[in-house]
Ligand binder design. Sequence first.
Ligand code: ALL
Length: 343
Amino acid sequence: MIGRMGPSRWLSVGMSALMAMSLTIVGGGIALGQDEECAPVEPTGPLPNLEEVLGHKPKVGLVMKSLANEFFQQMQAGAEAYAAENADVFDFEAVGMKDERDFAAQVGAVENYITQQFDVIVIAPADSKAMVEPIARALEAGIQVINIDVQLDQQAMADAGIDLAFFGPDNRAGAKLAGDALGQALGEGGKVVILEGNPEADNAVQRKLGFDDSVAEYGLDLLDSRTAHWETAEAEELTSNFLTQYPDLQGIMAANDSMALGAIAALDAAGKTGDIQVVGFDNIPGVRQYIKDGVMLATVEQFGADMAKFGIDFGLRELAGENFCGWVQTPVELITAENVVVE
Ligand code: ALL
């Protein structure tokens, strides 16, 4: 049921109105410049029961990225538990990729759901441009597609003649929370590097911009910025190289926690644990103890499981005739030693 989540955590930002950023109160939640043409996004009542209308129980597919990444493991677990609670309302299946660059697996999953005539696809695209084509084919086949986590490219969507709402966080603002924590810890002139996510994904681009914002605001000295494609092993290797290249390095901004873990492993191997501050993004279970122990400075919680659950809800609501547009903004929260919860 959609109402369980607490409405005030959900913001709706219409793309066209985004620039204006006017503050409006909508139905108990806060909407930033909500696009009036867009359906209200407040959580409302129980899930629509569509079995009678459709003649079958709706089939919902969740397409994620790397299942080696705890972020998606948690998303999968949350979505599966939600589907089990609502087993009378919809059938559910979740798929992921074997690693962060196994893009063909995502395309294959969408094709497969088209063939199997799924009713709803909720997808976190690995590539903001390349994923538009397969999604356009799914829409053409009459499937409701909900874009979560990584926003599809506006131009690529326009070229393909589609227009999907985005259900996800402000990645730039989220990264800036982590970047600011590092800025405050190091002060002006602090020497930092950025480990970027996969540049094909819009959220990687946005997080890089958010870190850049912190660099500018705190007068940090950005020595280097490169991608480790969201992966731990690649981040470890890149960080080892950075440590040799920049012996006076003081801080690392990683665009996700998988890469933060790689950075921490490289620091450990170099005997520099705790000497160089690390921030990340996701608040995966694997970093929480490090944050508590001061090995890692901060991360950003982005409620991945909720994102998928809401994606399912909004998909079913679209199937019932509602139409969402613009940006349905989901929350982010800075996690430090002060508020981290180690289970
Ligand atoms: C993004 C997510 C996570 C994740 C990354 C890796 O889309 O938001 O931060 O770690 O994908 O695929």
